[in-house]
Design a protein around this ligand. Structure first.
Ligand SMILES: Nc1ncnc2c1ncn2[C@@H]1O[C@H](COP(=O)(O)OP(=O)(O)O)[C@@H](O)[C@H]1O
Ligand SMILES: O=P(O)(O)OC[C@H]1O[C@](O)(COP(=O)(O)O)[C@@H](O)[C@@H]1O
Ligand SMILES: [Mg+2]
Length: 445
């Protein structure tokens, strides 16, 4: 995976996580920590996780090992900044749904209460909107979060739409909140950074910790975002159906559209998991429809040779085939043109032009891949992210997100996590796997 934020442009200073002050309170977890020793599976809080994971990448920095860009590891600290007895936390979920939101909420509530003794946890409803409206937040107790990890969606609700950071901080001040956990994607994290900055301006001791959420897996410097695995697993059901339909009829074409606004990870992973797919079309790889090397000709060729073909298209693919009308959603995200409908029509027209037989089946799983409960892998990941988020907040870190990088839990400053977009690299090993598994030409234009 690659980020459009060039890792080489990242300096050690950019990876420094902001702190509210010196942690001077012995953590309730200190005893447990004292028996720990550094091991390949335990990164001590003073150790650092390297940003680069290849010798060439590190060597290109032309600096001493100690000066290599590195990330602060996640995990509990012996000393914390906030006195648990005098601490109130708040949680908000924003942006599109994603499997695992409820797991993260429950993980935060239980970690705060059971391991730190922070029992005052407020849930603000309907995303950032809940921080500016009149509705009262809900008190998140053990009882209230019982069993929620088995459900999709978010018990707090979510929304899109920008809100005034000043009003949001006023609300947090009103409720005496000192830890804010913000669960959301790139847009949400930009909003979280504004809240953290406004709190600093007011001299308010507020730790703002993001837990990055997106089924698109488009946040940089994070191996994989929670919910992504569940989402692409669900997408494979649609691909299986499309394949069964296409391969059971003469000249069958199965066309499946999956989510993925700017990044085609869901399409790539679902296609690889199915291993029955002939073409994967993603936003990162432009293609043309007409012409000898274009998609339609290559599809026809595959159907002739194989008897059927399966195509997986990410919703953000081929947007250059449309004239963009400038439409945006409430959060300012570009509204995409319907590439699924266009492909379907163009395939039908193309076959009709030569009166060749075609049996096209179009499957769009839509929201079905993201409104489901987290699978077991994501459930583990969500819980561990929630634990890491609580440790970071209690230690007085702010304006950061928790994530996993090279398999280790780390703290990433929000500007780094929102400074680019994780996308499928045309030169990377993932896209190579897709080309190997599908046999589709490297270029479709
Ligand atoms: N640049 C920004 N600054 C402040 N808030 C933002 C920004 N971009 C998005 N938001 C807010 O964050 C929330 C979620 O953003 P959105 O883009 O819809 O989803 P996601 O967080 O999944 O990317 C919305 O309330 C949106 O208005
Ligand atoms: O219809 P909605 O709710 O705006 O969501 C659609 C978008 O949400 C996503 O699932 C994820 O986007 P975000 O998580 O960044 O909101 C995209 O794949 C999709 O384009
Ligand atoms: Mg987003």
């Amino acid at each position: 995976m690659v980020s459009t934020a060039d890792p080489l442009s990242i300096t050690p200073a950019a990876l420094r996580v902001r702190r509210l002050g010196e942690p001077g309170i012995v953590s309730p977890m200190a005893e447990l920590l004292q028996s720990r020793v550094s091991s390949p599976h335990y990164v001590h809080e003073l150790d650092r996780v390297l940003l680069d994971d290849t010798v060439d990448g590190a060597a290109a920095r032309l600096c001493d090992v100690a000066d290599l860009p590195s990330l602060e590891p996640g995990g509990p600290r012996e000393y914390i900044y906030f006195d648990p007895a005098a601490t109130r936390a708040a949680i908000v979920t924003c942006g599109g749904l994603c499997p695992g939101l409820n797991n993260v909420i429950r993980g935060l509530v239980l970690e705060l209460a059971d391991n730190y003794g922070v029992t005052e946890v407020l849930g603000f409803r309907d995303g950032f909107r809940g921080l500016v409206g009149d509705s009262e937040p809900v008190r998140l107790t053990h009882d209230l979060v019982a069993g929620i990890h088995n459900r999709g969606g978010t018990i707090l609700g979510t929304s899109r739409g920008n809100q005034d950071p000043s009003r949001m901080v006023t609300t947090l001040q009103h409720y005496g909140v000192s830890l804010l956990f913000v669960i959301g994607g790139d847009g949400t994290l930009r909003g979280a950074a504004k809240i953290a900055d406004e709190a600093v301006r007011r001299g308010m001791r507020l730790a703002v910790i993001g837990i990055p959420k997106t089924i698109d897996n488009d946040i940089p410097f994070i191996d994989q975002s929670f919910g992504f695995q569940t989402a692409f697993t669900r997408a494979t059901d649609s691909i299986k159906s499309a394949h069964t339909e296409a391969s059971s009829t003469p000249h069958g074409v199965g066309l499946v559209k999956v989510m993925g606004r700017h990044s085609g990870f869901i399409a790539c992973y679902a296609a690889l998991a199915s291993h029955d797919v002939d073409f994967v079309l993603v936003p990162e790889m432009p293609f043309s429809l007409a012409g000898e090397s274009g998609f339609l000709a290559k599809l026809r060729h595959r159907v002739r040779r194989q008897g059927h073909a399966v195509v997986v298209v990410a919703e953000g693919a081929g947007q250059d085939l449309f004239e963009y009308d400038g439409a945006v959603d409430a959060s300012g995200n570009a509204r995409l043109a319907d590439i699924g409908a266009l492909l379907r029509q163009r395939i039908i027209d193309d076959y009709a032009a030569t009166r060749e037989e075609l049996s096209l089946r179009y499957v769009d799983p839509g929201y079905a891949i993201r409104s489901v409960p987290a699978n077991a892998w994501d459930a583990v990941y969500c819980l561990r992210l929630a634990q890491a988020a609580v440790h970071a907040a209690m230690a007085g870190r702010t304006a950061m997100v928790v994530g996993r990088w090279h398999g280790r839990f780390v703290h990433i400053p929000i500007p780094v996590a929102t400074g680019g977009r994780n996308q499928v690299d045309p030169n990377g090993d993932l896209w190579m796997s897709v080309l190997e598994a599908t046999g589709q030409p490297e270029r479709l234009f």
